[in-house]
Design a protein around this ligand. Sequence first.
Ligand code: SAH
Ligand code: SF4
Length: 378
Amino acid sequence: MSTSNPVNLLDFDVDGLVAWFAGLGEKPFRARQVMRWMHHEGCADFDAMTDVAKSLRAKLKEIAVVRPPVPVRDSISADGTRKWLLDVGNANAVETVFIPETNRGTLCVSSQAGCALDCAFCSTGKQGFNRNLSAAEIIGQLWLANNLLGAARDQAADLEAGERDNGRIISNVVMMGMGEPLANFDNVVTALRLMLDDHAYGLSRRRVTVSTSGIVPAMDRLRDECPVALAVSLHASNDALRDRLVPINQKYPLRELMAACQRYLERAPRDFVTFEYVMLDGVNDSDTHARELVALVRDVPCKFNLIPFNPFPDSGFLRSPAERIRRFASILIDAGIVTTTRKTRGDDVDAACGQLAGQVQDKTRRTVRLKQEREIRS
Ligand code: SAH
Ligand code: SF4
């Protein structure tokens, strides 16, 4: 008979599972064996773990499960971008997006249902915060995507294994889905460790990126505990503007953020930080802003990724025109900063940056409130 409250083994990194197995009187190698079944083979059925002792399988069936989140919708964009909507209980859902490119496949993973940080141009932020995802729900997105994409590949006779990096379908992970990863630090780090561990996904640190809006103390902790590639959502060239667009700036202003980036680079797997910069028409996209940025990041080895704003209902912002983005990029490039402009992928299925809305309950009813306020004003 199984217990009513089983332990989800996807919640453990390797050390965690070894410790939990020790509590059962089981050896570390058994934990690693089960780890490989779960994460290499995508196996959720203890009975199928054929080289695990039968007695242990029976014990695990009683007290444990391997339970990834449940996909409730699967959309494929015309450009091949694939988006899954995952049910995380209590009428909440989060999204995971797979972006195929010629020489890599990137999975964009969510870390929270909603987000408390309330950036002015972000639809996740507009929903307010609902809850942190568990480690199982975070790594479960990779588990699920691997399984679902693997099954699709096996069916497609014209796709040969080995076509992508080491035959992996998912070669890169970016924590750029819904939520602020560093505000759910412990669960995110457990999931990151699994992404990096050879007994699980074995990705190199350079291919796993955390994107943060700039929670300075947590950036220092990440550097010390699990330094992966870092992207920072900058979006403004001075404190007055950033206070408005990215409110966490009021707590950790630009000077502190730049210093934290420099400290991070002492241990980072790459020798630059990626600054993300959403292009908002008439708000942060002038030549003056570009020049101010060049001065701001003078002492931080960095690359810039300009993101054309992805609109959503009632956002109150417009995307900068293509010509403006080109001109802005050229000022950064002329100053010697490597600058790319993000291609908008998957926007026909609302999978582009900042469009990930899931179906998180709007606890604050903020969207409705804002709409009412706007109606009153007009
Ligand atoms: N919370 C983290 C990671 C998730 S957001 C962070 O803020 O970095 C991933 C990226 O998409 C961030 O750079 C975010 O600022 C950007 N983004 C949010 N809303 C957007 C929108 N509507 N259009 C374009 N980019 C957006
Ligand atoms: Fe949260 Fe990132 Fe959206 Fe800001 S941009 S509200 S930190 S998810």
